[in-house]
Design a protein around this ligand. Sequence first.
Ligand SMILES: Nc1nc(=O)c2c([nH]1)NC[C@@H]1CN(c3ccc(C(=O)N[C@@H](CCC(=O)O)C(=O)O)cc3)CN21
Ligand SMILES: CC(C)C(=O)C(=O)O
Ligand SMILES: [Mg+2]
Length: 263
Amino acid sequence: MRTSITALQKLVENNQKISVLTCYDATFATLLENAGIDVLLVGDSLGNVLQGEKTTLSVTLDNMIYHTRCVARGTDKVLIITDMPFGSYQISPEQAFENACKILAAGAQMVKIEGGHIMADTIQFLTRRGIPICAHIGLTPQSIHQLGGYKLQGNSEKSAKILLDDAKILERSGASILVMELIPATLAKKITQSLSIPTIGIGAGNSCSGQVLVLHDMLGLSQGKKPRFVKNFMADAQSIQEAVTNYADEVKAGLFPGNEHEF
Ligand SMILES: Nc1nc(=O)c2c([nH]1)NC[C@@H]1CN(c3ccc(C(=O)N[C@@H](CCC(=O)O)C(=O)O)cc3)CN21
Ligand SMILES: CC(C)C(=O)C(=O)O
Ligand SMILES: [Mg+2]
């Protein structure tokens, strides 16, 4: 039996942090599972790190299905969450359901969708029909051309209030987990304390229920400017296994992210 959302909730109740990494293939999936990572996210960041694109916008549903299958084949214990790609869930709840079914059939146990209150109806539609949902607020990279850059979100009183309200609405709509990306640590803490579902942060400080990073970033493989929230775990490790184990340990111990990784 794979890790269930119930098991993740138990971790939260016992004040244990949830470790999440992105993963796109079977070899890494086996390695991450054996290193004790709790959740693997088949992220649409594969557009960046596998396909060499500037944004996640061109990633297709078939891409996500293919990589979900690869990750599922390489594992038998971890919970697999797969990003629904841009355009696969925004048209209607019905279309979102149809596409989410294909992702679950490929081996994911949950799908992630970007957006706040605007996604409430879709989340309600899917969760009432048996699809577990991870919501995602703050910096939502599929809206990059609207946001105008990969910038900190929720840094005004008004936008912080919208994010807090969105988080509550998403929980009420049935979301099982909430990813929060690139928001002030104090806001992420307040949101986490206001919800009963686990929160997973990336650039959202140390008070979330868990943390996620893009695998290639934490292995120091990504080129170009490194976002503030990224830590290269290969810098102090002799092997990929050791780097991943250190990540899991530092998340569990509340050592990562440190002050230098938050906003
Ligand atoms: N390799 C990779 N890592 C990611 O974390 C990631 C992807 N790809 N692709 C999809 C999105 C895009 N993401 C990004 C990309 C850049 C920044 C960045 O440069 N952030 C600045 C913010 C500066 C500010 O607003 O103050 C930073 O310094 O963190 C953040 C998130 C997160 N996701
Ligand atoms: C960075 C995480 C949260 C993500 O959505 C992705 O990898 O696509
Ligand atoms: Mg994503």
